[in-house]
Unconditional design. Structure first.
Length: 183
């Protein structure tokens, strides 16, 4: 299993390169044969003296995922909408989306991918074209109620908020619920 959280505040967690390095290292921590593939890749790049390109990292990942006797691999990308969608051709977010499309289109039986994101237009446009099942929590019954329950529990158990007037607590809950937008 490899888990990657896109974080616009962390340089290593806001672009494709950082994502690929993280996924490779996490997968290789679970398998000696994967570690051998990564070790050979490392040696081929001057034992770390030569920075591999994103395409080279992708090919290494493909080699690992296609390894004979491959156990199921789960790749979870959380907060895709936190990947910068800045100007540039392509933007960091677009590069990640292109990678994910390539990865999923490998149609590997042992690969399972989970992507979470706010419903940004560009992300939805790409993800909706991919051959997998999409679940929008924004539309799920209970999602809104779970958010209300969570906010309510924080407002009514926080030491500082306990001192607030009931009307102020309810106002905070209402405002946060309206701003939560299903997330």
């Amino acid at each position: 299993m490899a888990f990657f959280y896109c974080d616009f505040q962390d340089v290593k967690k806001k672009n494709l390169h950082g994502m690929l390095l993280s996924i490779l290292l996490q997968l290789c921590n679970h398998s000696a044969s994967y570690s051998t593939i990564l070790s050979e890749f490392y040696s081929a790049h001057g034992d770390g003296s030569q920075e591999p390109s994103d395409d080279e990292l992708i090919e290494c990942l493909k080699d690992i995922l296609r390894h004979p006797g491959q156990a199921p691999a789960y790749v979870i990308i959380d907060g895709l909408d936190k990947c910068p969608d800045t100007f540039g051709m392509p933007s960091p977010c677009e590069k990640v989306l292109i990678f994910l499309k390539r990865l999923i289109n490998l149609h590997l039986q042992t690969l399972h991918v989970c992507i979470t994101s706010q419903p940004e237009v560009d992300i939805q446009a790409t993800i909706n074209l991919l051959p997998f099942r999409t679940v929008s929590l924004h539309k799920e019954r209970g999602q809104r109620q779970d958010i209300v329950n969570y906010i309510r529990s924080i407002v009514y158990t926080d030491g500082n908020m306990k001192k607030w007037r009931p009307g102020d607590k309810e106002l905070v809950i209402d405002v946060l619920m309206n701003k939560a937008n299903g997330m």
